[in-house]
Design a protein around this ligand. Structure first.
Ligand code: GDP
Length: 196
């Protein structure tokens, strides 16, 4: 099935800029450099929907992209990347306010996708984020990114180990590669199931 349309409908620096809730929304979260822009571009079937950056983590904005696939329309919500090595406490607090302001109580939100470079171990941030989502009843998927970097056997091992570490059902952890398109259809199906 082909993705027919992808359009940036809103960019938000604060809750005042969020668009009026309408279509089902799926949030995308990940550390800077996890491969979020690349994966969003693949999901949307576009090259340049979200910018793939060489200098990660500069912007602190939420982007809302409307996509249509078959008869289904939904919003992919690109939350700003996190990763604190080089940011100040004040900047970190601003990120939290923006992201939690969106995730906590957004009526149209149907689920979240946490992106994780499959070669990296999970951090306390990622564990906390999944626990935080679970407490609020937001269903989560984990998309393992850049899976082309590992051989298939190692990929499957990592996916199993990470599902266990996150205490997630195995089918909630999806191996993907924006480069080879591995797992893109599977991720779409899982997202569509969350969107209802
Ligand atoms: P973001 O900061 O999370 O939006 O990540 P980007 O999409 O900008 O990607 C970060 C880096 O990882 C870039 O150098 C990308 O080319 C690279 N990258 C992203 N996806 C893949 C993938 O599927 N395979 C490989 N090998 N590299 C990837």
């Amino acid at each position: 099935m082909t993705t027919r349309a992808a359009e940036l409908v809103a960019t938000a620096a604060s809750a005042a800029d969020f668009p009026r809730a309408g279509l089902p929304e799926i949030a995308f979260l990940g550390r800077s450099n996890a491969g979020k822009s690349s994966l969003l571009n693949r999901l949307a079937g576009r090259r340049e929907l979200a910018r793939v950056s060489a200098t990660p983590g500069k912007t602190r904005l939420i982007h809302f992209y409307e996509v249509a696939r078959g008869a289904r329309r939904l919003l992919l919500v690109d939350l700003p990347g996190y990763g604190w090595a080089r940011v100040s406490k004040a900047e970190r607090a601003r990120w939290r306010k923006l992201v939690e302001g969106y995730l906590d109580g957004r009526a149209a939100l149907r689920g979240a996708v946490l992106l994780l470079d499959l070669r990296r171990d999970i951090s306390a941030d990622e564990r906390d984020l999944l626990a935080w989502l679970a407490e609020r009843g937001v269903p989560a998927l984990v998309a393992l990114t850049k899976c082309d970097k590992l051989a298939p056997m190692r990929r499957a091992e990592r996916a199993r180990a990470l599902a266990a570490a996150f205490e997630l059902a195995r089918e909630r952890v999806i191996a993907t590669s924006a480069q080879t398109k591995l797992g893109i259809d599977e991720l779409w199906k899982a997202i569509a199931a969350l969107a209802g």
